[in-house]
Write a protein that binds this ligand. Structure first.
Ligand code: SF4
Length: 306
């Protein structure tokens, strides 16, 4: 059985129209089943596949200059799909930008914020967050039932329209007896600057926040509250389920608040400086945060340990 957010099926990769092609800049591991298949493909294309894969250790594609996947062609299309069809993709390419939460007898799927089209859908979908299941209610264990109740109360809090983000954060702290770390913006920029750096373009957000630090408190973010609410729900949905494996339920909920909190600070910095800052720029900022922080295990751990 599978559950997914209502907006999930709206996603279609925008391929050559995408500015941040996910076939650039990442090491792409190839699962064993797909590697066996690639090793069995005949002819010139089979030879090209094998020449383009490091087979030792964790098998992965040999990236070209600018970290491009060797099968991403000049039209922004994937040669594996155009030659062998979509079923020939490895697990990572097939799943991306989707993620999966695993439970005892069922799965949840979601869209990841690091893809610009997924980010657009997550942040602009107008209806409250809800999960769809085509096969009725899933069978859950006692622990899972307790988790779903915990998560739903967090999602309800995140979607409470009468509360600002700061008020939601305060309520979270009071309810779960959690002390949220408060630093000034320069302290947060310093923290973010010391994390693993994946994309040099991320620097511009940190530099601007540093330069504009004294102006941030005066910024009115009220028109962004609904976007912060959707962000918070996204992070809760994505990150709290792993609490069933590591027991860090409250820390994972706090991670969701920290991620939203940091994006708020960076948004405020943009608004002090750029009169033309629009929702599309905000979506790009969120995508960039996700690619830089959320998609680095090391960086996510650093926030989880705050
Ligand atoms: S980042 Fe998203 S929209 Fe862009 S190529 Fe990848 S899956 Fe498609």
């Amino acid at each position: 059985m599978v559950l997914y957010p209502e907006y999930y099926k709206k996603f279609n990769c925008i391929a050559h129209r995408c500015k941040h092609n996910c076939c650039i800049g990442w090491e792409i591991d190839i699962d064993d089943r797909t590697l066996d298949f690639y090793n069995s493909v005949d002819g010139d294309f089979g030879e090209r596949l094998r020449q383009s894969i490091y087979q030792e250790g964790a098998p992965h594609f040999k990236l070209k200059s600018n970290d491009r996947c060797p099968f991403l062609n000049d039209n922004g299309l994937c040669d594996i799909i155009t030659t062998l069809g979509e079923d020939a993709l490895c697990q990572i390419c097939n799943d991306h930008p989707r993620f999966r939460n695993d439970y005892s007898t069922f799965f949840e799927f979601g869209l990841g914020l690091c893809c610009e089209e997924a980010a657009r859908i997550i942040l602009t979908f107008e209806k409250p967050f809800s999960l769809i299941s085509k096969e009725g209610e899933p069978l859950v264990t006692k622990e899972e039932a307790a988790f779903f109740s915990f998560r739903q109360s967090l999602i309800d809090l995140a979607q409470e329209e009468t509360l600002s983000f700061e008020e939601k954060l305060k309520k979270f702290e009071d309810t779960y007896d959690y002390k949220f770390l408060r630093r000034d913006i320069l302290g947060w920029v310093d923290f973010l600057s010391q994390l693993e750096r994946l994309d040099p373009a991320w620097e511009k957000y940190l530099t601007l926040a540093q330069v504009q630090s004294e102006k941030l408190n005066a910024v009115d973010l009220s028109s962004y509250e609904k976007y912060f609410s959707r962000l918070l729900v996204y992070f809760i949905y994505r990150h709290t389920a792993d609490g069933l494996y590591d027991g860090k339920f409250t820390q994972r909920a706090a991670l969701s608040f920290y991620c939203t909190y940091l994006i708020r600070l960076l948004t405020a910095a943009q608004l002090t400086y750029n009169d033309n800052f629009a929702i599309k720029n905000f979506i790009e900022l969120c995508r960039s945060f996700s690619a830089e922080i959320e998609y680095s295990e090391e960086n996510t751990e650093s926030i989880l340990s705050l």
